[in-house]
Ligand binder design. Structure first.
Ligand code: EPS
Length: 376
């Protein structure tokens, strides 16, 4: 239902995106989009680039007097660090980066590859996803992302218990690493400082929560419709993400069935509900009415100030990989990006189920479904 495409290079003149499928009548809240873009730029461990950029988008189309028209919505962002034609060519691919395979595959120099493989492109995904977040909020669906691990520093599981999405948003506000726990945050900052001192880089893990989701988004009838698969694709499609899990995720490998599932209860006022959420809100590829919980693990950034072994692609001699300005850790930015990626996926599934051309039409469809659930 929803579809977007981005274009642009890290040091090119512009980044742009076109989002198709947003219904008419949605207030396009540029302040909110800009606040999400600003959050993406923050985070301890970022490099010099974020001091140069202050990401803001211009709307190219699909919006009239501040409201969507139902036509594709276009976004344009101008890079301040626009110098792509002066950037040096690289010959020593960085292990872990797209450099080597991309250069061989596209029969191009490494520069052409890294400029597009760069996570700079996520600025556009955040703009697109922020608009999807505004759409979801019309239906009481809210999203929060937070960092649960950087290097060896991890938020204790009990600190996350019982927190609402709103509370997570409040608790991460002002955190330099998008973390809910100040003690874990100190550990994460220490880890990043140490990595920087060692000319190394760090990865970590973030968690995304989506609340207010109705039962029945996504479907079991075909693999492409499964919401967990769609979330995994979106999150894994983010640069550096190497693993995605839903609910208890990989911990399920070591647990018996009796500790893996969420028993079902019913009360007339609440309808069906669970007392646990081990499934992360998704059963059979569909939302079950509980919060969606997904985690993504990001590998350490592959640009190292103390580079790893590589091969000079011109001479084929063994040499150290190239180094150029980069971040030491981008997991805090990752969690903001993850929020907006999840927003896109959930908005897509929501439109699939309740889709119409205008917001009032979708609201009618949604209310009809809620009535049907109450009668079931
Ligand atoms: C990136 C390298 C760095 C990061 C960049 C992603 O950029 P530069 O090479 O200009 O220093 O800062 O991320 C962003 C610019 C951004 O806005 O997120 C890379 O190689 O992926």
């Amino acid at each position: 239902m929803l579809h977007y495409i981005t274009t642009g290079e890290s040091h090119g003149k512009y980044l742009a995106a076109i989002l198709e499928g947003i219904p008419s009548g949605l207030k396009v809240d540029l302040d909110f989009i800009h606040s999400q873009l600003a959050r993406r730029q923050q985070g301890y461990g970022r490099g010099g680039r974020q001091k140069i950029e202050s990401d803001r988008v211009e709307i190219l189309g699909g919006v009239l007097k501040g409201f969507s028209t139902g036509a594709p919505v276009g976004f344009l962002l101008q890079n301040k660090d626009f110098k792509i034609d002066e950037m040096p060519e690289l010959f020593r691919p960085r292990p872990g980066h797209a450099d080597l395979a991309g250069s061989l595959k596209y029969h191009q120099g490494i520069r052409a590859v890294l400029e597009r493989a760069s996570a700079r492109e996520t600025a556009m995904r955040v703009a697109v996803g922020a608009l999807c977040q505004s759409f979801l909020e019309e239906f009481g669906i809210e999203i929060a992302g937070h960092v649960v691990q950087i290097g060896k520093a991890r938020v204790e599981a009990k600190k996350k218990e019982g927190l609402s999405v709103k509370k997570i948003r409040q608790m991460t506000e002002g955190s330099q690493v998008q973390c809910i726990c100040r003690q874990a945050e100190s550990g994460m900052i220490r880890e990043i400082d140490e990595a920087r001192r060692n000319k190394d880089s760090l990865g970590g893990q973030y968690e995304i929560r989506v609340s207010g989701v109705p039962v029945g988004l996504g479907s079991y009838v075909h693999y492409e419709k499964k919401l967990d698969g769609r979330l995994a694709l979106a999150l894994m499609g983010q640069q550096s993400v190497k693993a995605v899990e839903i609910g208890l995720g990989t911990a399920l490998a070591g647990l018996p069935g009796s500790e893996s599932h969420d028993e079902i209860f019913y009360e007339p006022a609440r309808l069906y509900f669970r007392k646990t959420n081990r499934a992360g809100g998704i059963e059979g590829g569909m939302t079950n009415g509980e919060e969606i919980i997904a985690r993504a693990t990001m590998k350490p950034i592959s640009t190292l100030a103390r580079p790893l072994a590589s091969v000079n692609m011109k001479t084929k001699e063994a040499e150290k990989a190239d180094f150029e300005r980069s971040d030491v850790c981008a997991v805090p930015a990752g969690s903001v990006i993850g929020e907006t990626l999840a927003a896109f996926v959930v908005a897509d599934a929501f439109l699939e189920k309740f889709g119409g051309d205008s917001l009032p039409e979708i609201k009618r469809n949604y209310e009809g479904y809620l009535r049907q659930l109450g009668e079931a």
